[in-house]
Write a protein that binds this ligand. Sequence first.
Ligand code: GUN
Length: 281
Amino acid sequence: MSEIIDGKAVAARIKETAKARAAEFERVAGRKVGLAVVRVGDDPASCIYVRNKVKACEQCGVASYTYLFDEKTTQSELIEFLGKLNADGKIDGILVQLPLPEHIDERACIAAISPQKDADGFNVVNAGKLFLGERDGTIACTPRGIIELIKATGVPIAGKHAVVIGRSNIVGKPIAALLLNNDATVTVCHSKTRDLRDYTLTADILVAAVGKKHFVTADMIKRGAVVIDVGMNRDETGLYGDVDYDNAKNVAGYITPVPGGVGPMTVAMLILNTVDGARNE
Ligand code: GUN
């Protein structure tokens, strides 16, 4: 039986740190740290994520400003608005909830956010700093949270074989870079990888960021491995991870549940990124 990595408990500790730093900022600056949360359209999952992020701001003493745009908002309208937020002195962090409607180019919108206010760490400047191993950039929230969860197990990352399944810009690529910066030997697998199981079976640390319910089965996991499940797959019957948790927990050494694993960490790290961004201004 594996040990369950309690993402809610680790996230609560991170939020306590963020709250203390936010209070200190408020004392010195005479105003609260401010996060702008931008949502375009009514994607149901995005509505849930935005609600959770706003709630976490309240818990940590961070002022949140939610801006809801109609599904039909144009790219230039959105980019113009982001320019105003860049110039707004009460806003320290900006978050544009993804995915955006199809007619809007996500890259162009992310590029329109000032790197200093990029609470998600998605801007090319921050992504580039991560890849170069520079420490003064903002690191994407989910990957940063994953590293904290691995560290919470007490298992050292250095020298381990970490296998990441998925190569998205918001999880797969940045977590691969972060694991590498932490001295793991990193393999990135994706939809075109042949004989995936050959790789996963050698993983001391396995990060599943695929977006397919129960894609990773127990027979793909090395006994004793640290298994991090980034999946948030919703259907009529509930929310499921990318890992077949009920069987995988008999093989893994440590495993994150869904919900209650990576999800709460993403939110906690967003708040910490925002607070730390404000303090560095
Ligand atoms: N959509 C899915 N994950 C994320 C995230 O971490 N940040 C934003 N802005 N959108 C997302």
